[in-house]
Design a protein around this ligand. Structure first.
Ligand code: PPS
Length: 301
């Protein structure tokens, strides 16, 4: 255990990555496995599913405001987004378990976040035919965001330098496994499960108003133009970065001096990280792994 130099909290040593039914994981997401798998979803629960660093927080906040922004403005100022939208599989004592927070959520609908690959989603979500919002982010910007997150977050395994991290990402040696398998298998699920809305980070960046409209039509929500505009403004990067309830500043295991949680929020920051040869190798490998012609990512907008 290490004492953090930015707070009085004692931080646990960083976890190790291990193979868990074919997916790289750490104990913080597998220790409460049975309970998580037995989670009892309700038909109106909404699951926000993503590979890490794909715009989870952005979309969680959007949904939170669309449902509850008007109802309880006080709650927006006093309860953090992490409590309003619990992270289902998280088990990192002394924090409360995500599954327990989800069980105890007083809201209706309950908004629940997960990074699980599709095959690990608790079966009650499918049985109850819950709505699921999946957010995907292009691989190059995801790996850059994940690298900086790994540096600042003590729940993440020790990481090497950027080029080692990039290689590990290509090999799926990341917490929650391979990005390639995650985005592809969720995309395939969408073909058979109609209550799945698959969104792209790049589309959100390009036109968040349009994406809010699409989200509302999926959810069956009819906010007024004024309400929609309020949500659109509140979820802008600069506004979220200033908002202590959503910007991660209350999360003690994160050291924002190393890298802020709300770091850049831009598409194509990968260009500041990839060397020309890293980019060539990455593209070559990408072609081998991403054969589905219907799933297309933009690495710039
Ligand atoms: S986590 O830890 O997996 O839940 O992270 P996640 O929220 O999925 O992703 C974090 C990245 O999303 C960026 N972000 C945003 N970008 C644009 N607009 C808004 N409003 C926004 N909110 C969060 C955040 O900055 C991280 O990306 P990087 O590239 O690191 O800045």
């Amino acid at each position: 255990w290490l004492r953090s130099n930015f707070s009085s909290e004692i931080l646990p040593a960083r976890p190790t990555l291990f193979d868990f039914h074919g997916v790289s994981m750490t104990k913080h997401f597998t220790d409460n496995w049975e309970n998580t798998q037995n989670f009892k979803a309700r038909p109106d629960d909404i699951l926000i599913a993503t590979y890490p660093k794909s715009g989870t927080t952005w979309v969680c906040y959007m949904l939170n405001l669309l449902y509850f922004g008007n109802m309880s403005p006080e709650r927006q100022k006093s309860v953090t987004l992490n409590e309003r939208v619990p992270f289902l599989e998280l088990c990192a004592p002394p924090r409360p378990k995500g599954k327990d927070l989800a069980d105890q959520l007083p809201t209706s609908p309950r908004l629940i976040k997960t990074h699980l690959p599709v095959q690990f989603v608790p079966k009650s979500f499918w049985e109850q035919r819950c709505r699921i919002v999946y957010v995907a982010h292009n691989s190059k910007d995801t790996v850059v965001s994940y690298y900086h997150f790994g540096r600042m977050n003590s729940l993440h395994p020790e990481l090497g330098d950027w080029s080692t991290f990039l290689q590990d990402f290509m090999e799926g040696k990341m917490v929650f496994g391979s990005w390639y398998k995650h985005v592809n298998s969720w995309w395939e699920k969408k073909q058979t499960y109609s209550k799945l809305h698959y969104m792209f980070y790049e589309d959100l960046t390009e036109d968040s108003g349009r994406e809010i409209d699409r989200l509302c039509s999926f959810l069956g929500l009819f906010p007024s133009a004024e309400e929609k505009e309020k949500v659109r403004a509140a979820v802008m990067f600069d506004n979220m970065k200033q908002n202590k309830m959503v910007n991660g500043s209350t999360v003690q295991i994160m050291n924002h001096d190393v890298s802020p949680f709300m770091r850049k929020g831009k598409v194509a920051d990968w260009k500041n990280h990839f060397t020309v040869s890293q980019n060539e190798r990455f593209d070559e490998d990408y072609k081998q792994k991403m054969k589905n012609p219907t799933l297309h990512f933009r690495t710039e907008v």
